[in-house]
Each structure stands twice: as structure tokens, then as C-alpha cells.
Design a protein around this ligand. Structure first.
Ligand code: AP5
Ligand code: ZN
Length: 219
């Protein structure tokens, strides 16, 4: 199973990725998590990416495409992969096609902008695993601690309201065109085209999860 998760910042890609990767036994490839790990480790990529991410802008297509190609060449991707946060520009999607990186399903999350701001201000994450919580909507069992490891949860540097608004602008201008790109490809009759799935990203996390699972079984 090869899947792309497509949606605004805070739409729930990381939250639902945890369920999907467990169900299908495929690795979650989150370009955001990979970049944050590079920033933390102080690698050349991390040093380049930090300022761009803190400003809510996108890292260059060239860097991201190289990062993803390298990750997909690892052996755990042979049985499939779950792309979370990639592609998010038309050139990234074109590069996938040009490199023969096939996909079975694109899942688009629909969430209104007002809800995004509220979700991201309450978000807390466990950096080691990518597990995601929310102070009100999805609190950890013990305040401030990851459910599985007990390690501390942190707030992401780019979750300040001003940066969230910038990230939303970038989503509308640079990532939303992918909705048209993939939905028209799906309708073209090309047998390489991934099936296009649109899910409501609002409502209980478990309901969103069940709707995704149901749609993934159909193709
Ligand atoms: P990235 O880490 O990919 O961030 P993003 O796309 O902005 O998405 P988020 O991780 O913020 O949201 P999410 O959809 O995963 O939501 P979550 O499940 O956490 O990228 C960060 C940066 O890296 C980018 O800005 C860019 O600079 C760079 N970058 C990454 N990829 C790149 C690329 N391909 N090209 C160029 N640059 C790139 O949920 C959010 C909150 O909502 C949580 O608190 C959660 O508990 C809560 N929640 C989830 N579902 C529900 C629900 N149903 N109801 C209520 N609350 C919910
Ligand atoms: Zn995420």
C-alpha cells in the first residue's frame, strides 16, 4: 500500500498516520519530522531548514526531493509507504512521477482554517515517535508526558499563531493546487493514477480514522 496524506497544517495527517501505518505495516515518512530531526541534530540540512521552517515557509523542492528519494530507497519501503507532508508543491508531485515513485491512494483532509488555528495552539508532540496530542481534544494520560514512553511532550516552534497563519497562506498558494492535480489525474483513466479520497477531517479522531480505512479498502 502506497499512500499520500494531503491537507493543511493541523489537518490531522500525523494523527491519522499513526493508525494507517500500524494497520498496513508501512513506514510513515513525514518530511516535517525528518527536517525537525535534522534541525535537532544540527546537520547541514537542519541548519539550512531551521530559519525557513520557523518562518512558516517551505524548504526548497530540490532539498526535499533528494531527502525523500533517499528515504524511499531504504528496504523498509519495499512493501509500501505512507507519505505525510510530501509532496506539497506541484514540482514535488512532478518529480515523483518523473522518478517512477508510484502511489495507490491520495487522501485529502478537509478542515476549515478557523479550526486549524485552535488545533495547533493546543498541540503537543512527542519528538521521538511523532505521536501527537492536544491539550483538550486528545490529552495524554499523564499531563505533559507521552503515553508510551513517559517522556516529555513539547510544543513545536512553528505553532505560534503568527507562524500558523503564514503556514496556512503557504498551504493555500502552493499545496492546494495538488488537489486539482491529483483529482483530475484520477479522473483521466490513466492506470498509474492514484485513487483520490476526500475525507472530512473534523469530528472525533476515531470517526476520521474509520472513514479513511473504509475508503482505502475500496480501490
Ligand atoms: P509538517 O511537519 O509537515 O507540518 P504541516 O504540514 O504544517 O502539518 P502539521 O504537522 O502541522 O499538521 P498535521 O496535519 O500533521 O496535524 P496533526 O495530526 O499534528 O511541516 C513542517 C514544516 O516543514 C513546513 O512548514 C515546511 O517548512 C517544512 N516541510 C515539511 N515538508 C515539506 C515539503 N514537502 N516541502 C517543503 N517544506 C516542507 O494534528 C494537529 C492537532 O490537531 C493535534 O494537536 C491533534 O491532536 C489535533 N487533532 C487531530 N485530529 C483531530 C480531530 N479529528 N479533532 C480534533 N483535533 C484533532
Ligand atoms: Zn504532521
Amino acid at each position: 500500500m502506497r499512500i499520500i496524506l494531503l491537507g493543511a497544517p493541523g489537518a490531522g495527517k500525523g494523527t491519522q498516520a499513526q493508525f494507517i501505518k500500524d494497520r498496513y505495516g508501512i513506514p510513515q515518512i513525514s518530511t516535517g519530522d525528518m527536517l525537525r530531526a535534522a534541525v535537532k541534530a544540527g546537520t547541514p540540512l537542519g541548519l539550512q531548514a531551521k530559519a525557513v521552517m520557523d518562518a512558516g515557509q517551505l524548504v526548497s523542492d530540490e532539498l526535499i526531493i533528494a531527502l525523500v528519494k533517499d528515504r524511499l530507497s531504504q528496504s523498509d519501503c519495499e512493501k509500501g509507504y505512507l507519505l505525510d507532508g510530501f509532496p506539497r508543491t506541484i514540482p514535488q508531485a512532478e518529480a515523483m512521477r518523473a522518478n517512477g515513485i508510484d502511489v495507490d491512494h491520495v487522501v485529502e483532509f478537509v478542515v476549515p482554517d478557523e479550526e486549524i488555528i485552535e488545533r495547533l495552539s493546543g498541540r503537543r508532540v512527542h519528538p521521538g515517535s511523532g505521536r501527537v496530542y492536544h491539550l483538550q481534544n486528545h490529552p495524554p494520560k499523564v499531563e505533559g508526558k507521552d503515553d508510551e514512553t513517559g517522556e516529555p511532550l513539547v510544543q513545536r516552534d512553528d505553532d505560534k499563531e503568527e507562524t500558523v497563519r503564514k503556514r496556512l497562506d503557504v498551504y493555500h498558494s502552493q499545496t492546494k493546487p495538488l488537489i486539482e492535480f491529483y483529482s483530475s489525474w484520477a479522473q483521466s483513466g490513466d492506470d498509474k493514477a492514484p485513487a483520490y479520497i476526500r475525507v472530512e477531517g473534523t469530528g472525533p479522531v476515531e470517526l476520521v480514522r474509520d472513514n479513511i480505512f473504509q475508503a482505502l479498502e475500496v480501490k
